[in-house]
Ligand binder design. Sequence first.
Ligand code: FAD
Length: 500
Amino acid sequence: MDYNEKGYLSGNSLCQYVRAWAEKVGVMKYIRLNTTVEQVIRQGGEKYSWKCRIGDDKILLSKKLIVATGISSTPRYPDLDYSKFLGPAIHHRYFGERYEELVSENVKEVVVYGASKSGLDAVMQLAEAGKNIKWIIRKEGRGPPWILDLRGSRSDLTLMRIFNALAPSTYQDDGFPGLHYVFKQTFLGKAVQKYALQKFRDLVIKGYKLDSPDLDERLAPMVSNHSPIWHYNVSGTDNYDTSLYDRICSGQIEVIRDTITSLDGTKIMLDSGTSLTADAVVFATGFKTTMPFFAEDVAMRIGLPSTKYTEEYLTKWTHLETEANKKIYKANPILQTAPKPPPYFLSNHEAGKLRLYHYILPTDPEFLDGSLVILGSFSAASTLQSAMIVSLWAAAYMVGKIELPSQEEIVETAAYEIRTHQIKTPGMVNDLPWISFDFLAYSTMMLKELGLNPWRKGRWYDELVSPYTCQDYGDLAREWVEEHGTVENFDNTRNGSDSI
Ligand SMILES: Cc1cc2nc3c(=O)[nH]c(=O)nc-3n(C[C@H](O)[C@H](O)[C@H](O)COP(=O)(O)OP(=O)(O)OC[C@H]3O[C@@H](n4cnc5c(N)ncnc54)[C@H](O)[C@@H]3O)c2cc1C
């Protein structure tokens, strides 16, 4: 395993670790690598509910389907013709595959387009490889990403219940309703909450001396008005050895707030009328939240983004989401002051919402037969802890051990969950739901539904201020089995799926 100077594991080591783990627990034999699912067809009323086409002629039939294809598989390109550009012009999705081309000797100047997390990573990795970078960030976009120094106990903040109670939250039934009430509904508590949200931005800015009166003007475009808590701007962990801001001050990375209008030869034209030259371009323009293997009408019914929304569907969800808005602002009055999303976000016809129950289940009753779950459709403060809880919940649901509420409650909850995400994190309206300070309340709800104890610290004081780590959840699956037993005669993936 190799770690960098800041103590972060390298990508190669992480990959090695995951491989070793997969070998150790014996899942490798169930994995078909380099295999793409091209199409998934619902077979209502049949013995096998799902038919998956892999490649041109291979079909897998199965009774259960877990979709875990992530949200960074389908690149979102800018509306530009880059066919006349002479050097490599790639989406960040292919950064790893085409890394050697990007760092080759011929490439000296690289344009990175987009202020996403992938933009931040591309800029830092290419700078580490000695390239000069022009980082172009659209004027009308969200603006620069925040980098957060989360070393030591700083990253623990999102994993403490006290901060869940302080921050705007989707779920407030986490055992401390009094605290939520104080911070969200009382005059004094709301003042503390407002102060804390602003202070969070001030601390980040102070930490990097971005508030200095003699701030290097090259850093000015990197300072956003909005607190990182709103996720108006993307944020990422400051996990590189050399500081981004030092590289900007040294001139190796130049930040340009402009829009690319065209690319020709080695020339890149900008909306402001200026132009620059580059040997390579990386489009760090994000990913589409889409699962293209479902037909558009099926995607709509499942609750995934679709280009075939019907009038009936849109009317139903507009009503549900309007009602949800009222509940959300009532539970979190501070959200009235949240920044509004950039206007062009709302007019992006490609963007659609993930309207899922608890970010996992479809809401259409036809698909609530225990045969389908969607995993990884949201991002949490801690991917590891959330993966452990969500996958257990999904497995319990699939074997019929989760009691669902009425159909009416399912759709109302899904509308409430997606709208809270959109209001609470206005910069991510078109992206996947983002659970940050809400994670402990979410996990409390999920563990209660699993019939497991969500309060695992022993003392109320520790519950509030001691961060939840993976160790706290380490034995969840065993605990669940002790409670419910193993599921005998269940058609699991091995005997429940046939390949033809
Ligand atoms: C640029 C960037 C930087 C990030 N940095 C961090 C970070 O520093 N820390 C952190 O915790 N998280 C980070 N994340 C988030 C993290 O990568 C995700 O939370 C995590 O990878 C999600 O895991 P997943 O298994 O849900 O999806 P993925 O890791 O995306 O896995 C999905 C898999 O499904 C496969 N797949 C997709 N479509 C098909 C298909 N049709 N057929 C077959 N297979 C298919 C894909 O090839 C992929 O292997 C970052 C994400 C990005 C994009």
